[in-house]
Design a protein around this ligand. Structure first.
Ligand code: PLP
Length: 343
């Protein structure tokens, strides 16, 4: 049990910029829709277990057929399921360093080993070298987030395709939890060509539904049919599916929020890049990754302001969520204080 990776639940705080959630709750108008949907819910019955209505609603968003989708209790559940199915017990999982910590968590629960390819400080990498090393290590499964969590770096669809081709039939999972915030396009367009490709998506980030736990895995129909066998029958509750369908029925509201986050991200990056006491990297997600030699001092200031951000290990890196303009302004005030104070 020494290698068991534990997951630390988030801390509570006044301004939570540590989990890349949407800073805004559903609009009052959407809340009305949600309440209406819940009034018609049979709470006494088990959920519809084929998830048909939800899969159809998301199929229209993803541009695939509903039979190419499995819905899960957050994309986390599907990532765990896919890792177990595709890498198998004691398989070798190949990913980036840094990348999403839950890959280690699930791998450790299956006894799989995780091999990591070290990315540059800004999250970029030499794709050919990544492929060479992964093949040398005999990877059973390649998995990475795109855009990358935590760096915010995003591979182009062409680069993703180069990776898929470089592993000659080995399953590849592209975790697109943040793709809605990216300028690059989704790897879903490659699914028809590559049976070994699986893409995961979530409603927790751009759609503002982290609390409902709704995510998706997308792949070729025959693969998804195979995955449906052995999948937990009632992965999603009826309210979760109803609420997800209500939110998916208003794509304009979601798009508006995405555009707002992108504007905020640009503004914050410009200001943070002026600061001498830290380095930040361009991001295609709803967060910004950075490093500072003065992390302790930064944390003390943020703590005083009741702001919670994500820290990595004992080093000098941090990640901040791009939230509402109001919360971002408070964060930036704290950063300005950090920059202005004597070391
Ligand atoms: C890269 C990445 N993938 C997947 C997830 C899981 O999202 P959820 O389980 O809420 O769908 C997260 C959550 O932070 C993430 O950062």
């Amino acid at each position: 049990m020494e290698n068991k990776v534990t997951y630390q639940a988030r801390q509570s705080g006044k301004i939570l910029l540590n989990a890349n959630e949407s800073g805004e709750n559903l609009s009052a108008e959407m809340m009305e829709k949600v309440i209406e949907a819940l009034k018609n819910t049979a709470f006494n019955r088990y959920p519809e277990n084929t998830q048909k209505k939800l899969r159809e609603a998301y199929a229209a968003v993803a541009g695939v057929n509903a039979d190419q989708i499995i819905a899960g209790n957050g994309s986390d559940q599907l990532l765990g399921y896919l890792i177990g199915k595709l890498a198998g017990v004691e398989g070798t999982i190949y990913t980036f360093d840094p990348d999403f910590s839950m890959y280690d968590y699930y791998a450790s629960s299956y006894g799989s080993q995780v091999i990591k390819y070290p990315c540059d400080e800004d999250g970029s990498l030499d794709i050919d070298s990544f492929i060479r090393y992964g093949n040398d290590q005999k990877a059973d499964l390649v998995i990475f987030s795109n855009p990358n969590n935590p760096s915010g770096h995003c591979l182009s669809m062409e680069e993703v395709e180069t990776v898929i081709q470089g592993f000659d039939g080995t399953p590849v999972i592209v975790d697109e939890a943040y793709i809605e915030f990216a300028d690059e396009t989704s790897a879903v367009a490659l699914i028809e060509k590559y049976p070994q490709l699986y893409v995961t998506r979530t409603l927790s980030k751009a759609y503002g539904l982290a609390g409902m736990r709704v995510g998706f895995a997308i792949g070729q129909k025959k693969n998804m049919d195979a995955l449906r066998e052995g999948y937990v029958p009632y992965a999603l509750s009826t309210p979760a599916m109803e609420i997800a369908c209500a939110v998916l029925s208003d794509p304009d509201a979601v798009q508006k929020r995405i555009e707002e986050v992108k504007v905020e991200r640009k503004k914050m990056l410009e200001a943070l890049k002026q600061m001498k006491q830290l380095t930040v990297y361009d991001s295609q997600a709803n967060f910004i990754y950075g490093r500072t030699e003065q992390r302790k001092r930064l944390c003390a200031i943020l703590e005083e302001e009741g702001i919670v951000i994500r820290l990595y290990g004992d080093g000098n890196t941090f990640r901040i969520t791009v939230s509402t303009s109001q919360e971002n302004s408070l964060l930036m005030e704290a950063f300005h204080r950090f920059e202005g104070e004597k070391q």
